[in-house]
Design a protein around this ligand. Structure first.
Ligand SMILES: NC(=O)c1ccc[n+]([C@@H]2O[C@H](COP(=O)([O-])OP(=O)(O)OC[C@H]3O[C@@H](n4cnc5c(N)ncnc54)[C@H](O)[C@@H]3O)[C@@H](O)[C@H]2O)c1
Length: 252
């Protein structure tokens, strides 16, 4: 088991990439804090982990709230006595639409969930990581940061901020033995698929997007979970400041 005795917090873990990652991390020995605002789905992810022999707890945490975030980090210490891995996965986008029609409220929401929440979570986790003598942070960026699609300019720019924050902090936190990496998934089969496509999820519409990915398919929660597992494990102990594409060649 590659995460034996480790404790992980995963935000946005009630569905999609986050849920897949919570399940894989638990089978690899990690105790997992499943954090989300979608309570029923989040409870169900934690229950399924616990009933299959793993260790997890669901915590209601709106990542835009500092109080919720502090509570989420505390939950890790209550669950496993420490914190080793923080996965900042929760994300939001307005539906794909023309830039000129994006409202101030939509802009603020995108930046609050995708960028400010990462700032808050890392600040709240830092004292715990420092006490433990190190830690691992992985932020979910996107291929949107590297190869933007039209209709998502605000979302794309927010993920650019996530990638750059990752690199800046990798350097700043290296003396504390805290590794900071990001992943850049290509469009995936999750709750956000229609939001990104901006058209109904039909086989014809999927084909148009799949045609833009050299390996010919969308990313899956398992693709993302396996990548996060590697980056979180001791096998990646010399990797920091990486924003790794998980994209079937989309960004080549
Ligand atoms: N699906 C894609 O095509 C794709 C591609 C690249 C990057 N991403 C990124 O992957 C991450 C995970 O998204 P997903 O595709 O699994 O989508 P998803 O909708 O299946 O999961 C996102 C989760 O985040 C939670 N969430 C939203 N706002 C929150 C908040 N304020 N506090 C706590 N939780 C909140 C949602 O409840 C949901 O459970 C996001 O950061 C997203 O931007 C997705």
């Amino acid at each position: 088991m590659r995460l034996q005795n480790k404790v992980a917090v995963i935000t946005g873990a009630a569905s999609g990439f986050g849920a897949g990652t919570a399940r894989l991390f638990a089978t690899e020995g990690a105790a997992v804090v499943v954090a989300d605002i979608s309570d029923e789905a989040g409870e169900s992810v934690a229950d399924s982990i616990n009933s299959s022999g793993g260790k997890a707890v669901y915590v209601h945490a709106d990542v835009t709230s500092r109080d919720d975030t502090r509570n989420m980090i505390d939950a890790a210490e209550k669950l496993g006595g420490r914190l080793d891995i923080l996965i900042n996965n929760a994300g939001y986008s307005h539906p794909n639409k023309e830039f000129a029609t994006v409202t101030d409220h939509e802009f603020d929401r995108v930046y609050d969930v995708n960028v400010k929440a990462v700032f808050i979570a890392i600040q709240e986790a830092l004292p715990v990581f420092r006490r433990n003598g190190g830690g691992c942070i992985i932020n979910t960026s996107s291929t949107a940061a590297l190869r933007p699609r039209p209709g998502l300019a605000v979302y794309c720019s927010s993920k650019g901020a996530v990638s750059n924050l990752t690199k800046a902090l990798a350097v700043e936190l290296a003396p504390d033995k805290i590794r900071v990496n990001a992943i850049c998934p290509v469009i995936g089969e999750t709750g956000m698929l229609e939001t990104f496509m901006g058209v109904p999820d039909t086989p014809e519409n999927r084909k148009k997007f799949e045609a833009t990915i050299p390996l010919g398919r969308f990313s899956t929660p398992n693709d993302i979970a396996q990548t996060l597992l590697f980056l979180s494990s001791d096998d990646a102990e010399f990797l920091t400041g990486v924003a790794l594409e998980v994209d079937g060649g989309r960004c080549v």
